[in-house]
Design a protein around this ligand. Structure first.
Ligand code: FMN
Length: 212
């Protein structure tokens, strides 16, 4: 059984190119894998709900790909079941490029980055667009309480395939929260301990020398 991502993306032209550059044999492994990797396991689900953004590609009816960033509160991309994701789409610059593209072609690709840990996950899916007035309950389920944004619609993604990339060439980057957790908190704790020690040493050095 082939990896689902290879079934989707190893087009005749891609296979011919693999042959041209001598990697066709190596890539056959993806087409003979035991696990098609189209059902999200616990590992992918945990990774997805920890993200605060992702890059999303759609295709216009003229064949041009279009990539846009979607961001929100951590966990705004929700796992509805092991093959379904959903997110609340916010009001933006009113160009509606992604939504317009999805009207003629539901194919969508996401790339989810974890810069701090140098991990990334690619997802292929079929998207459907549901306007707020058509399913307010779904919108309520997808919204992030307290996050400042006007929700215009829900995007539901039926996952067809996923694939993890290797960490090469991902430069580690840290969010403000990650900097606080990983760097500033331990530094502040160390600083506080040193201040306390310094104070004790000062107090001891200022105490009168005991006369025997
Ligand atoms: C007032 C406003 C202006 C924006 N201007 C831009 C812009 O010039 N370029 C851009 O890439 N995103 C801009 N954005 C963000 C996009 O509107 C947002 O990412 C939206 O989801 C884009 O969706 P689309 O590209 O799929 O149509 C703007 C958002 C707002 C609220």
């Amino acid at each position: 059984m082939p990896r689902r991502f290879a079934e989707i993306s190893f087009t005749p032209s891609v296979k011919a190119t693999q042959s041209h550059y001598g990697s066709r044999e190596a890539n056959l492994g993806f087409e003979q894998a035991d696990d098609p990797k189209n059902i999200l396991s616990e590992r992918e689900r945990q990774f997805i709900v920890a993200r605060d953004g992702f890059y999303q590609a759609t295709v216009g009816e003229n064949g041009w790909p279009y990539v846009q960033f979607r961001g929100g509160a951590p966990g705004f991309l929700k796992v509805l079941d092991e093959q379904t994701l959903g997110y609340a789409d916010f009001r933006g610059n009113l160009q509606y490029l992604s939504i317009g593209n999805l009207k003629t072609n539901p194919h969508i690709s996401l790339i989810l980055m974890d810069y701090a840990n140098r991990r990334r996950l690619k997802i292929w899916a079929q998207a459907s667009v549901i306007d707020v007035q058509d399913d307010p309950e779904l919108i309520a389920r997808l919204a992030s309480p307290g996050y400042q944004a006007d929700v215009e619609r829900a995007i539901i993604l039926k996952v067809e395939a996923y694939d993890w990339n290797c960490p090469r060439h991902i430069t580690p980057r840290y969010t403000e929260t990650e900097i606080n957790e990983r760097i500033l908190s331990p530094l502040m704790a160390r600083l506080a301990a040193l201040e306390q020690e310094n104070q004790m040493l000062k107090t001891a050095s200022l105490s009168p020398v005991r006369q025997e």
